[in-house]
Design a protein around this ligand. Structure first.
Ligand code: SAM
Ligand code: SF4
Length: 351
């Protein structure tokens, strides 16, 4: 792949070109995928993700884009093949394109298979072309409804027309788009079939996600939770769903819709645990490494990163952390479990 973009960030000279031994956790799972949350801030306030009144991290706690790039490089040197940039809303971080540009060098060298992004779409009209120029090929856009008023209610601050303009720009730039929709009881459960028709009509796959108990929100999780077993049963009444072996390296299970030719994914952390095939870890914008989305254990990578220009300390810290990656999460959503599985919001760990 030949990507003609200037690298503004200076790549770390300490990283060896040839990858050393890949990272493997105690359960034999190779860690080949990192999700990097580049900011905890967002221009939306989705009801299942955040409370309206959020305290965000002070800017001084954040890793610089250069440090994030160095961190990504360290993982790439140890076998990471795929990086997803997420947040908060990744595209609201100032100068974020310099990180995408710099990561493009790993795509060019073949060390990385993919750099992708998960976004709420609000800034896509502005950045889609540049993302494509940086070597991004696929993006996930989160969209839970096609009804403007409902969209405003779910996101509190969002504007549906901007997201749709972002989708148009992304597709015009040649990006392959997958829609992610969180299934919300009594909110969008009547819209799942229309959303499938709409997404497939535009050549986009769509994945439904079960709401997860992450962080305190205004209101009760249990009132939001809609098991995807119900969504799938409803969709099966309207479409012929065929089993599909399609995999994107993520946790979704896919079916193919005979009538549209498109795919529907289901991410079911509650009704069907997928931890046995987990190949990923998550890094926050402060350099905290979470080995599991649903557990509190974490490793601080910022200290070793800043302690020396060599990556030896950083690599050793990463190795020790991977050696204690847990087997899986213990998510529960019911009327008796009042506290979230973990205190941090999805916007901190990165979706
Ligand atoms: N702001 C970007 C976006 O919305 O796509 C990226 C970050 S967001 C945290 C990533 C994904 O997590 C989104 O698809 C969002 O719908 C999902 N999400 C957020 N909180 C969630 C929760 N508690 N349970 C399930 N999914 C959640
Ligand atoms: Fe922002 Fe994404 Fe969370 Fe919505 S889901 S509040 S868009 S980070």
């Amino acid at each position: 792949m030949n990507i003609q973009v200037p690298n503004v960030l200076v790549p770390n000279a300490n990283l060896k070109a040839a990858p050393s031994a890949p990272l493997v956790d105690p359960f034999g799972r190779a860690i080949t995928y990192i999700r990097v949350s580049v900011t905890d801030r967002c221009d939306f306030r989705c009801v299942y993700c955040m409370s309206e009144d959020m305290n965000f991290l002070p800017k001084r706690d954040l890793l610089t884009l250069e440090e994030l790039d160095r961190l990504c490089g360290a993982f790439v040197a140890r076998g990471t093949r795929k990086i997803r940039i997420t947040g908060g809303e990744p595209l609201v971080r100032r100068d974020i394109m310099t990180l995408f540009r710099s990561l493009g060098r790993h795509l060019e060298s073949g060390a990385l298979e993919e750099v992708t992004v998960t976004t709420n779409g609000s800034q896509l009209a502005r950045y889609a072309k540049e993302l494509a120029a940086c070597g991004v090929r696929r993006i996930n856009v989160s969209l839970d409804t096609l009804d403007e008023a409902k969209f405003r209610k779910i996101t509190r601050w969002g504007d549906l027309s901007k997201v749709v303009a972002g989708l148009d720009a992304a597709q015009a730039a040649g990006l392959s788009v997958k829609i992610n929709a969180v299934a919300l009881a009594g909110v969008n459960e009547d819209e799942t079939a229309p959303m499938v028709r709409w997404a497939h009509g535009r050549g986009m796959d769509i994945t439904f996600i079960e709401v997860m108990p992450l962080g305190e929100i205004d209101g009760e999780r249990v009132d939001q939770y809609l098991p995807l077993t119900r969504v799938q049963a409803d969709l099966a009444e309207q479409f012929s769903l065929e089993h599909s072996d399609y995999q994107t390296g993520g946790p979704a299970r896919y079916v193919r819709v005979k009538e549209t030719g498109g795919r529907i994914g289901f991410i079911t952390p509650l009704t069907h645990n997928f931890c046995e095939s987990c190949n990923r870890v998550r890094v926050t914008c402060t350099g905290t490494l979470y080995m599991c989305l649903g557990q509190e254990d974490a490793a601080d990578l910022r200290t070793p990163l800043r302690a020396s220009e060599s990556d030896d300390l950083l690599m050793a810290t990463i190795e020790r952390a991977i050696a204690r990656k847990p087997k899986g999460h213990d998510f529960v959503i019911d009327r008796t479990t009042k506290t979230p599985a973990v205190g941090r919001h999805m916007s901190v760990t990165g979706g």
